[in-house]
Design a protein around this ligand. Structure first.
Ligand code: GLU
Length: 377
């Protein structure tokens, strides 16, 4: 909790995720009063020197209200059309709420590809940095209108955790219509108790995240726990709290609130390793012998050519590859210093032989430790 206190007091970067249940309903559309109160609280945090990014849901919800539909659409084209109608309405409501607070906002719509493609990831990161330099509050949603099933994230809990890692946030605050994680579903069990702090995501905690869903929202507690997993891996503190009361943001920063705090361990991995471990897609794979697997898993060594027994797929230098043991277990991922064709030539060879084989100066490591993420990292 000391860590949380420090984060709350420092000038740093935070992501706030606001769920559909707080923002829109099918009868009244967007809840502009609640948004106005949230904007006021966020503007206050900006005054305290924090960079704030908001991940918002509610595009489909606002579209449902605008079209006077009775329920959320089910098919992909209908959902996409509804989001296309609702997103500008949502953004208009944010712009109005923040203009009243003399705060400029920007719209950023992201898809999964913006995270898995290294070039787009770095580009998005630079855009956020530039917006923060200008003192702007980015308002982010998934680009629902173009995100077809294969490139869809599907829920904004996961999106908010991915944005938090992208912008190296210190804290992700998920505002929902529930107080936090309970020992059971409070809608059915009156004895359910709120869990204030989670320091480890045990299977028991994951079981608690039963599918508690409201009619208009997407994820419930399951996706919030997935988001917590991402945050814990990336060393980011995450809080789930009830955003129905707009003062919640204020009470959190006063250090006195009701909610569930997920505290990551103190082990911090580099931002590049985070990207490799969390988002990258391997272009190919290599198989290594037991000696090399032991050196990677137990001795924190780099991967040398001598331990490689096979190469799979066609990949180029600097692409991401998976590392498999001889028994077929994937134990890590990393950036390959060599192409697949080159590894076919040097596999099983000693480092001193590599230069001769390739006819040029060449690094001894096929995957350097700094570019390698093992399963347990
Ligand atoms: N992107 C969706 C929307 O704006 C929300 C997804 C979610 O609720 O998690 O409606």
């Amino acid at each position: 909790m000391q860590r949380l206190k420090k984060i709350l007091q420092q000038r740093n970067t935070i992501v706030i995720k606001i769920g559909t249940a707080l923002l829109a309903d099918k009868v009244n559309g967007i809840h502009t009063e609640r948004l106005a109160a949230i904007a006021k609280n966020v503007a206050h945090m900006r005054m305290l020197g924090k960079n704030v990014a908001i991940v918002t849901s509610g595009a489909i919800g606002a579209g449902v209200a605008a079209l006077h539909l009775n329920e959320r659409p089910k098919t992909i084209p209908e959902k996409q059309a509804t989001a296309a109608i609702g997103q500008p309405l949502l953004m208009e409501a944010y712009e109005t709420a923040f203009r009243t607070q003399h705060q400029v906002v920007a719209q950023i719509l992201l898809t999964k590809d913006d995270f898995t493609n290294r070039g787009r990831y770095v580009n998005a990161k630079n855009t956020f940095a530039s917006l923060f330099d200008h003192g702007v509050v980015p308002i982010i949603n998934e680009n629902d209108t173009v995100a077809v099933e294969e490139i869809k994230l599907g829920d904004n809990d996961n999106l908010s955790a991915m944005v938090a890692t992208l912008i190296e946030a210190n804290l992700l605050l998920i505002l929902s219509d529930i107080d936090g994680l309970y020992t059971d579903d409070p809608a059915y069990n009156p004895d359910a108790v709120l869990i204030p702090v989670v320091e480890k995501l045990t299977p028991q905690i994951e079981r608690l995240a039963k599918k508690s869903k409201s009619e208009m929202s997407t994820g419930g507690m399951v996706t919030k726990i997935q988001a917590a997993k991402l945050c814990i891996d990336a060393g980011i503190v995450m809080i789930i709290a009830n955003g129905k009361n707009p003062e919640t943001i204020k009470t959190i920063f006063e250090g006195n609130f009701r909610g569930t705090v997920f505290i990551p361990g103190s082990k911090k991995i580099s931002v590049r390793k985070q990207w490799i471990g969390l988002f990258s897609h391997p272009a190919g794979a290599i198989v290594i012998d037991d000696g090399a697997a032991n050196a990677l898993l137990k001795q924190q060594k780099s991967l040398l050519a001598s331990g490689i027994t096979a190469v799979r797929g066609e990949f180029k230098t600097q692409e991401i590859i998976s590392v498999f043991t001889m028994s077929g277990k994937e134990i890590g991922k990393g950036i390959s210093a060599y192409s697949a064709a080159e590894i076919s030539m040097i596999k099983g060879k000693k480092s001193s032989e590599i230069e001769k084989l390739l006819g040029c100066k060449a690094p001894a490591e096929v995957i350097h430790r700094n570019n390698l993420v093992m399963g347990e990292e």
